[in-house]
Design a protein around this ligand. Structure first.
Ligand code: ASP
Length: 333
C-alpha cells in the first residue's frame, strides 16, 4: 500500500473514532473516580518506580541505589535491562518498526541538577537511554535527532546493530497486509519504560525510553523524548513520567504538569489524576480510544499512578520490596 493511502487511513480512523465521545455523554466514566484511592503509598526513600511490569529493570536500579549508587545511574541501567530485552516489542532491540520497517528509538534522561539529554528517531543503537545521557553530559545540546544522533552514538563507541528482530519483522509484515493505522496502545503488559528513582542522598533522576508507536509514520516522534511531556524531574519537588498515546501527552505537557501540581501541594496520586482529567476533559477528546498513564513520586517518596483505561500498572521497589501495582483508571472496563 502506498504512503498516501496509509495517511488517509490514519486520518479516517481518527475522524471516525472521534464521533460522540465527549465526556459529558460518557456513561462509562468511572463513578468512583472522586473517591480516595488506596495506592498503598508509603513515604520512604530510597526507591525506584517504573511504568508497567518491569521487575527485572527495577531490581537492577534498586541494586545500584542499594549499593550507594546515584539515582541517575540507577534509572539508566534499569532502562537498559528492557532495551536489551529483544522479546519486548516497544523498547530498544526488537521494538516494532514504523510503516517502512525501520525501528526508530526515542529516549530522554534528566538529573538532579535539572540537566537533560534526549535522542529522537535514533536507529541501529540498542541503548538509546545511554546515548541520551551522553548528549546531556558530553555535548552542549539537549537533543540530537536521526542521523546526527546515530553518528554521535557511533563516535561515543555505541555499535551499529540491526534492531529489527524476526519476531517484529513478522509482525510488521502481517500488519502490512491491511496497513490499518490504529494506534491500539498499551494493550501489552509491557510498553514504553519510564523510570524514576530517589537515591540514598535523597536526590531524584528519571529516564524514559521507547520505540514509539508501532507502524507510526516515518519521522514521527512522540512524548517520550520530550522533556516536560514524557518526563520531568525537579529535585526540589518530585518527578513524573508518562506512557500511552504520546500526541495527547505532548498537547498537555503532561509530566511537567504533574510535577507542578505536586509543587502546589497535591499528592503524587492526585496530581496524576488531575493530569489525566486534563486530557479526558478536553473538548471533543477521543479518550475512549486511546490510553495514557502517568506515574509520579514526590521528594518524600510518596508515589502515585493513574491511567485512562484499565491495564496500566507501576512497578515499585521500596523498602527492599519489588511490587507490581495495578493502576486505578478513569474508565470502567
Ligand atoms: N508514549 C509513547 C509514544 O507515544 C508510546 C507508549 O508509551 O506506548 O511514542
Amino acid at each position: 500500500m502506498k504512503r498516501r493511502t496509509f495517511i488517509k487511513n490514519a486520518s479516517l480512523s481518527g475522524a471516525g473514532l472521534a464521533v460522540g465521545t465527549t465526556l459529558a455523554s460518557c456513561a462509562e466514566v468511572n463513578s468512583e473516580k472522586d473517591k480516595p484511592i488506596n495506592t498503598s503509598t508509603v513515604s520512604s526513600v530510597p526507591l525506584v518506580i517504573a511504568t508497567w511490569n518491569v521487575s527485572e529493570a527495577t531490581s537492577k536500579a534498586w541494586e545500584i541505589i542499594d549499593t550507594g549508587g546515584s539515582a541517575l545511574d540507577a534509572v539508566e541501567q534499569g532502562c537498559m535491562v528492557e532495551e536489551a530485552n529483544a522479546d519486548g516489542q516497544s523498547v530498544g532491540k526488537g521494538g516494532l518498526p514504523d510503516r517502512d520497517g525501520n525501528v526508530t528509538l526515542d529516549a530522554c534522561i534528566m538529573n538532579k541538577e535539572g540537566n537533560c539529554g534526549a535522542v529522537v528517531y535514533l536507529q541501529h543503537v540498542t541503548h538509546a537511554i545511554s546515548v541520551a545521557r551522553k548528549v546531556m553530559e558530553d555535548t552542549p545540546h539537549v537533543m540530537l535527532a536521526g542521523r546526527g544522533a546515530e553518528q554521535f552514538a557511533n563516535e561515543m563507541g555505541f555499535q551499529k546493530e540491526n534492531l529489527l528482530t524476526e519476531k517484529s519483522k513478522k509482525a510488521w509484515e502481517d500488519w502490512k497486509v491491511k496497513s490499518e493505522y490504529k494506534p491500539i496502545i498499551n494493550i501489552e503488559n509491557h510498553d514504553t519504560i519510564g523510570m524514576l528513582a530517589i537515591d540514598k542522598n535523597g536526590d531524584l533522576s528519571g529516564a524514559c525510553t521507547t520505540s514509539g508507536l508501532a507502524y507510526k509514520m516515518a519521522g514521527r516522534v512522540g512524548d517520550s523524548p520530550i522533556i516536560g511531556s514524557g518526563l520531568f524531574v525537579d529535585n526540589e519537588v518530585g518527578a513524573a513520567v508518562a506512557t500511552g498515546l504520546g500526541e495527547e501527552v505532548v498537547k498537555r505537557v503532561g509530566s511537567f504538569l504533574v510535577v507542578e501540581l505536586m509543587r502546589q501541594g497535591m499528592s503524587p496520586q492526585k496530581a496524576c489524576e488531575e493530569a489525566i482529567s486534563r486530557i479526558v476533559n478536553k473538548p471533543e477528546s477521543d479518550f475512549k480510544n486511546f490510553q495514557v498513564g502517568y506515574i509520579a513520586v514526590n521528594k518524600k517518596g510518596e508515589t502515585g499512578y493513574f491511567s485512562i483505561h484499565p491495564g496500566f500498572s507501576m512497578t515499585r521497589f521500596q523498602n527492599g520490596v519489588n511490587e507490581n501495582l495495578v493502576s486505578k483508571h478513569y474508565i470502567k472496563p
